[in-house]
Design a protein around this ligand. Structure first.
Ligand code: UDP
Length: 421
């Protein structure tokens, strides 16, 4: 089966299931009006951002789905205010984080905490997102309790088991455990099929980060402090910079920042806003290289809605973040990626992204190209978003509902060990 046809088939199967099984198409008179509970687990900032539209779509699905929302609080400080701003209710907080804990500690604490919730709530399905330790723990706990697992953002791969670590391993392990795989792009569908995942368990949905961005820009105005900053720099070409990845620490990050500084010094029409990640390595590099640089504004990290507003005003984004590579095409912004490779090649293929790698000279050349090419911003705005059109939450809720209709509402089987004499 070719990649394209497998992707098409996955989409088609999802649609067929929906048409045959959705209550709107004639099944409801035969079904008991049972409420199905879908437990969604999140623990980090990107997870709550991407799962918020999914949880909202589940809660408003007309087919009788109950959204049960569980936080592992793997990132407590960032997560709770964000959940509040995105109207995400937390029904259970596993509160797993302790100082200096290992990956194994996090994994086992999430599994143990979640197992108690599963026994008490008996959900019909568990949704996890991405590649965190929380997501892996949720998938394994679901598997052990014989509860179907759905994986949002399935099929993302670097092809390198060691990078990013442990995320690439986590993604692959979750794919082995999940029953439903919600792939953001055709490439992600193909990666899953290539690894032997059955195509009829794969649904091409787009990435719910697109839904999240649209909702934020429509509903959450920028905070006064950000509005004041934006007013102060109006009229200049705005570069939004973020860098925090461990592999860039040290000489690479210093080189990138020096290249940016030189570029800004050469072009009086350019300004940079740099929300500085709190990691001491980033703070020190920013202070050393950009200390007194004109038109470079170092600010504290912004909460997500404000950061989205900032991105939406950018002329150019320069970043080593993974999530921002999905946000750039959604907002129609060109992005220079401070990495050697990307697990989201779609952003390069659609023409919006360029890889600067670890080379400061290449970054400087790419910045000059962007400055010289007045059409770059227009081109970026016109690109079709490879990560979907903003209806991933609804598509996922529909596919979950169809799956639960198809598989019935069997009670949770006890853990096999509990049957042993
Ligand atoms: N982000 C944010 N505030 C900031 C900087 C970034 O909300 O000041 C968001 C950004 O939009 C992206 C996410 O944080 O969605 C990126 O998270 P991170 O860089 O920690 O992880 P990665 O994307 O590399 O997995």
């Amino acid at each position: 089966m070719t990649g394209t046809s497998s992707a098409f088939r996955a989409t088609q199967l999802a649609t067929i299931r929906h048409v045959v099984l959705h209550p709107c198409h004639g099944m409801e008179q035969h079904e008991a009006p049972t409420m199905r509970t879908v437990l969604t687990l999140f623990g980090t900032r990107p997870e709550v951002i991407k799962l918020a539209p999914v949880m909202h779509a589940i809660a408003r699905h007309p087919g009788g789905l109950r959204s049960l929302q569980v936080s592992s609080s793997q990132h407590t400080d960032l997560l709770h205010p964000l959940a509040r701003r995105l109207n995400v209710r937390i029904d259970h907080d596993l509160a797993v984080m302790t100082a200096g804990q290992s990956l194994t500690d996090t994994l086992t604490r999430v599994m143990t905490g979640l197992s108690g919730v599963l026994a008490a709530e008996r959900p019909d399905m568990i949704l996890v997102q991405g590649d965190t330790t929380t997501a892996l723990a949720g998938a394994l706990a679901g598997c052990h309790a014989r509860i179907p697992v759905g994986h949002v953002e399935a099929g993302l791969r670097t092809g390198d088991r060691t990078s990013p670590f442990p995320e690439e391993i986590n993604r692959r392990l979750i794919a082995q455990v999940a029953d439903l795989h919600f792939a953001a792009t055709r490439r992600n569908v193909d990666a899953l099929v290539h690894e032997g995942v059955a195509p009829d368990g794969i649904v091409l949905t787009g990435n719910p980060v697109v839904d999240a961005l649209h909702a934020i820009l429509a509903d959450a105005p920028p905070a006064p402090a950000l509005s004041a900053l934006l007013a102060g720099i109006a009229g200049r070409r705005l570069i939004v910079l973020t860098t925090h990845r461990r592999e860039n620490f040290g000489a690479v990050m210093h080189g990138h920042l020096r290249a940016l500084r030189r570029f800004v010094e050469r072009h009086a029409d350019v300004t940079v806003v740099f929300p500085v990640h709190p990691n001491p390595a980033v703070v020190a590099a920013a202070q050393a290289e950009l200390g007194d640089a004109p038109r470079i504004h170092r600010i504290a990290p912004l909460d997500y809605p404000d950061f989205v507003h900032l991105l939406s005003r950018a002329w150019l984004i320069v970043s080593d973040s993974g999530g921002i590579q999905e946000e750039a095409p959604t907002l129609g912004k060109p992005v220079i990626i401070l990495r050697d490779t990307t697990e989201r090649p779609e952003v390069l293929e659609c023409g919006i992204g360029r890889l600067a790698g670890h080379d400061a000279a290449r970054l400087e050349a790419l910045l000059e190209d962007a400055h010289a090419d007045a059409s770059l911003a227009d081109t970026a705005r016109a690109v079709a978003n490879p990560f979907g059109s903003g209806d991933a939450g609804t598509r996922i809720a529909q596919a979950v509902h169809a799956f639960l209709m198809r598989t019935g509402n069997a009670p949770i089987a006890a853990h096999p060990q509990e049957h042993r004499p």
